[in-house]
Design a protein around this ligand. Structure first.
Ligand code: GLA
Length: 694
């Protein structure tokens, strides 16, 4: 029964995924209104709900309020506007006129026009398993100012109470999970920085306050966009909560007109039963199946030189690191910042993308050949959207950066932002990146500051840079990938500042955080994994004391934390002791043995990060499971609870191939697995469990 059906006489569309149903209809005035979102229902049953979702009307509220599919400004609609237009004669109210629908391959398109003005609105609905992707398209025969164009408004059922889950953070402390009851009125999650942001991430999950990790209904909404964005939850006295969201910068207007349509990014919505754990697993499955460009791939073990060398990059130094990395089992060697122009520190050279000849006298080729000769792929760091004022590029093109004519150019990180909406800037970037992509197998694409003074003097429609910058970055990534099919890309913005469904559609992994401290990472990974899969979560093992936090943690623990994602090494491995090198070799090999389970398996968060006690996650793929357990501090004689596992077959038996012990699935699920964690602080284990074939 999965698919889309149209109930003609009710003017209702029913979209059914694997386990959920979404339904909408046309009101008498042609306004598209919400009918249902929740557990799967047959279309015939949805009919019973038609007309029953409207709140009682008291003369101070609009009867349609809170159930609009895209809450448009106008008439008696007082809800948080998702679509705000201004026609040339000053009229702001929008009146919908339904024109047609089109259903093909799980994709419903509903076409509308304004009743009077030449504005067309198409609402898109595309089923991807249980995830419903929605977006909006606007086109106009005359110029129209679009003040707000959300991708979608999502109406939730009327619950007793509403609780919101989302992440907050900052540089080196990204994706901290927050969970709390929704305020009445509007709660806004947004980035006004021109990038996704460390401080927030464009998704929110909603439950009625009773969901747990393993039980309960969870609704989620995520936006596939890497520029400025806004998600607003509106909780009204009518009892309803909606989530509306899209791209755009406050106060910035999109100009839609002949030959200038506007297509919003995708807003993805997902209903799941089975608690926050099931919600995350369903999001991960969606990202793996429908978002990532090469989901079936196993990501290689990477080495990155940043924490080892900082800006002190030399050919000999990189070669020494590469030799060590290869001996440890690394498959992809990445040279970070400092290889180009006068970039010997963060003060100069950004924008001058030619090899620094005093550091690499014969260019990159000797290093690239050596890395390939060692059996590894070669990757390189780039930051295409940025320029240091002290650079040849800026001296030649001071007008290429975002700026206003009579305003200072605010430097952050001693750099300015190039305006990628300018075709000449995008063409310049394509030219050198295309050349580099002919040499490198992998790009780490960084973006180390947000926008400021976002102007484009001389351009008639300066506001468009807010959207067009991001679109130009996407177009460039897409073009590089198309022209270099073997090229793989990591998204980075000072760590996790650009992680979202939009960038994941055109990259292969993300740099989760500049904070590589294993203890801090447990929390960052916990928040990251609420929506995004381990398959894309880059995690390095680095030195003691940690580069960012100065904390020292045993090497085994550092590995075990990074092995729960896409393992990388990022320390000064030339300085590591023989013992550490031996352990690292063993754990890299161990990771290769389990990585299919980690990268492609289902995640079960068994115990969330805690300061005192055990934190644990488990991955399951077909007949294999891997359990990671971590204990920060030990208390003498404190009892240790067995760890109850999840996602196993209770009727099966499982073998731990390392200890030779067997366990019955039923016992692991009902009673738990004895962890036998080693004594002392920072104890950790990785336990493999293979289903025994009968
Ligand atoms: C950012 C990245 C780091 C590193 C530095 C180099 O901070 O997140 O991993 O590449 O830039 O300047």
């Amino acid at each position: 029964m999965a698919g889309i059906s149209f109930l003609d006489e009710h003017r209702t569309w029913v979209l059914t995924g694997e386990t959920s149903t979404y339904a909408l209809r046309l009101g008498e005035d042609d306004v598209p209104v919400h009918v249902y979102w929740g557990p799967a229902l047959p279309a015939t049953a949805v009919v019973e709900l038609i007309g029953k979702t409207l709140p009682w009307w008291d003369g101070f509220n609009d009867p349609g309020e809170g159930v609009d599919e895209l809450a448009a400004d106008g008439g008696t609609r007082y809800w948080t506007p998702a679509l705000q237009v201004r026609f040339a004669d000053g009229t702001r109210a929008l009146e919908w006129r339904y024109e047609s629908h089109h259903i093909a391959a799980g994709h419903l398109r509903l076409s509308f026009a304004d009743r009077h003005y030449p504005l067309r609105i198409t609402l898109h609905y595309r089923l991807r398993g249980d995830v419903l992707e929605r977006w909006t398209e606007l086109s106009a025969g005359t110029d129209v100012e679009v003040v707000r164009a959300d991708s979608a408004t999502w109406a939730l059922p009327i619950f007793e109470d509403y609780r919101l889950s989302h992440v907050t953070g900052r540089w080196a402390a990204e994706t901290r999970l927050q969970r709390g009851f929704a305020h009445h009125g509007e709660t806004v999650f947004a980035s006004r920085r021109g990038i996704t942001g460390h401080h927030a991430n464009p998704w929110v999950m909603v439950d009625d306050g009773t969901a747990t990790e393993r039980h309960g209904e969870v609704y989620g909404v995520a936006l596939a966009w890497s520029g400025s964005w806004r998600l607003t939850t509106t909780r009204a006295s009518t009892g309803r909560l909606t989530v509306s969201g899209g791209f755009g910068q406050d106060g910035v207007v999109h100009r839609v007109g002949p030959g200038r349509p506007l297509t919003t990014p995708v807003s993805a919505g997902l209903y799941t039963a089975g608690g926050f754990g099931a919600a995350s697993r369903a999001w991960h499955a969606y990202v793996r199946a429908h978002v990532l460009p090469h989901p079936g791939e196993l990501r290689p073990v990477l080495y990155n030189s940043w924490e080892a060398t900082g800006f002190d990059v030399t050919e000999a130094g990189q070669l020494a690191l590469a030799e060590r990395a290869a001996a440890l089992g690394v498959e992809l060697f990445v040279m970070d910042d400092g290889w180009f122009g006068a970039r010997t520190g963060d003060h100069a050279g950004l924008g001058d993308w030619h090899v620094n000849r005093s550091r690499f006298p014969d260019g990159l080729k000797p290093l690239v050949d050596a890395v390939h000769g060692l059996g590894m792929q070669f990757g390189i760091w780039v930051e295409p959207e940025m320029v240091n004022p002290d650079s040849d590029l800026y001296r030649a093109h001071p007008d290429w950066v975002l700026h206003h004519p009579h305003r200072r150019r605010s430097e952050l990180q001693r750099q300015l932002v190039l305006n990628f909406a300018r075709p000449d800037v995008a063409a310049w970037a394509h030219e050198w990146l295309d050349r580099l992509a002919g040499t490198a197998d992998f790009l780490k694409w960084d973006m180390n500051r947000p926008f400021s003074e976002a102007g484009w003097p001389g351009e008639a429609d300066q506001d468009r840079l807010w959207v067009d910058h991001t679109r130009a970055v996407y177009a460039l990534l897409d073009r590089l990938r198309a022209d270099h099919p073997g090229l793989r890309i990591e998204s980075c913005a000072g760590g996790g500042g650009r992680i979202d469904l939009g960038v994941l559609a055109r990259t292969d992994q993300v740099w989760t955080s500049d904070n590589t401290d294993a203890l801090d990472r447990l929390r960052i990974q916990h928040g990251y994994g609420q929506l995004y899969p381990a398959r894309a979560m880059s995690a390095w093992v680095t030195d003691n004391p940690n580069f960012v936090t100065a904390r020292s943690i045993p090497l085994g623990f550092r590995f075990h934390v990074a092995m729960a994602g896409v393992l990388g090494l990022g320390g000064d491995i030339v300085q590591w002791s023989e013992d550490d090198l031996a352990l690292a070799r063993e754990l890299v090999a161990r990771y290769k043995n389990i990585r299919a389970v980690v990268q492609h398996g289902a995640l079960y968060r068994l115990r969330p990060p805690v300061d005192d006690g055990v934190t644990a996650v488990q991955y399951v793929l077909a007949d294999r499971a891997v359990v990671f357990a971590y204990r920060q501090s030990a208390h003498f004689n404190a009892p240790e609870r067995p760890l109850r596992l999840d996602g196993l077959d209770p009727a099966a038996k499982y073998l731990d191939p390392d200890s030779g012990r067997t366990h019955s699935g039923a016992v692991l699920l009902a009673h738990g697995l004895p962890l036998d964690l080693p004594a002392g602080d920072f104890a950790s284990v990785v336990i493999r469990l293979d289903r025994i074939k009968i």
